[in-house]
Design a protein around this ligand. Structure first.
Ligand SMILES: [Zn+2]
Length: 347
């Protein structure tokens, strides 16, 4: 489910923690004074893997995967923070409640959320840290023809050279690619590894904690990301059972050979009498109500990648930027009503 209030999410986590014997700890508070929780499956052991999600509040797939992990049989020692940005998650927005991107605050630590994340992960010294995000629908492997369902990055720990932590993270990334390619062979990409020192991936990598940024995206049959959240949950569960052996290959070629991510795909191009029009899937939450709709962006570009294409009924009026496409209009445009994309399903 793409949106739930933070209190509902916390309720789900606490229920899973109770049922599957994970300990619950508050590591800090958000700008609005909301608790930030960490859950541990082996509270008396040193931590093997730290993972966190919802650093950007409109990117919930990692949360779903971590909840799946909590309900699985686990062997390694995990410490997870499924909602690092509780205020942003409640508003379904990228930023915290002060409008700050936490992932640009790893050095200054001006945000309470960034400070909590930094103190927590640095104090655990895990063998691996997983930074879970969703990516926009415009990403795709440069050489491919489908959206990137998974993008991986072993961030740089130094501007000049590959640190030991980055090399270790690259081996884990390769292991992940080998697992994921069975189901996502043409939908895997590598992020550009430019050095962003204010991002947490770079900061932890520099602090000798092998760190991976893992971003989940759509597939053409999975716009709601339900399948990808299950795949990510299963990947984490397999990582748990194969954690020791996953490092044994000492090879990072599967990761290095991934195509780079490109980011200029359009969701839907509709050919009208006035030319191609770009239409984008848009998600918003207002007063606690989630909505998802097609929205006109402007002129489309047939030379750029697109995921859907249709031809409008010639009798239709002109489409204007920001126009919201009703289900009825989507059909008249030869397209798919959003309700067919499974985004409104609840569970
Ligand atoms: Zn993100």
């Amino acid at each position: 489910m793409r949106y739930q209030t933070t209190s509902k999410r916390v309720q789900l986590l606490k229920r899973a923690a109770k049922e599957y014997s994970w300990s619950t700890e508050v590591i800090g508070k958000s700008s609005n004074g909301v608790d930030i929780f960490v859950f541990r499956n082996k509270p008396n052991k040193s931590v093997d893997i730290c993972a966190w999600s919802l650093m950007h509040g409109n990117e919930p797939t990692g949360f779903d995967a971590l909840l799946y992990l909590m309900q699985s049989i686990t062997h390694q020692s995990w410490a997870i923070c499924p909602i690092i940005n509780p205020d942003g998650a409640d508003l379904f927005q990228r930023f915290n409640s002060n409008g700050v991107d936490i992932n640009r605050d790893a050095r200054e630590l001006n945000t309470l959320e960034g400070l909590s994340l930094s103190n927590w992960v640095i104090s655990e010294v895990p063998k691996l840290a997983l930074n879970l995000h969703d990516q926009r629908t415009c990403f795709y492997p440069k050489t491919g023809h489908t959206p990137a369902s998974f993008s991986l990055l072993a961030p740089k720990g130094s501007r000049q050279h590959k640190t030991k932590s980055q090399l270790t993270a690259m081996i884990y990334c390769s292991w992940m690619v080998d697992k994921l390619k069975k189901d996502y062979v043409n939908s895997l990409a590598k992020f550009d590894d430019s050095f962003y020192p204010s991002a947490f991936g770079e900061y932890f990598q520099e602090s000798n904690i092998p760190t991976i940024t893992l971003e989940t995206g759509i597939s053409l049959d999975d716009w709601s990301r339900k399948r990808v959240h299950l795949s990510l949950g299963k990947l984490l569960s397999t990582l748990d059972s194969e954690f020791e052996s996953s490092l044994s290959s000492l090879s990072f070629s599967s990761y290095e050979n991934l195509p780079k991510n490109a980011n200029d795909a359009q969701d839907w191009i509709c050919i009208t009498l006035k030319g191609p029009v770009e239409i984008r899937l848009t998600e918003t939450v207002k007063d606690g109500q989630y909505s998802c709709y097609w929205r006109v962006v402007g002129p489309g570009d047939l030379n750029r990648k697109y995921w859907l294409i249709s031809e409008a009924n010639p009798g239709l009026l002109e489409l204007v930027p920001n126009q919201i496409i009703s289900n009825q209009l989507a059909l008249a445009l030869g397209g798919e009503p959003v309700s067919n994309l499974g985004l409104f399903d609840t569970r």
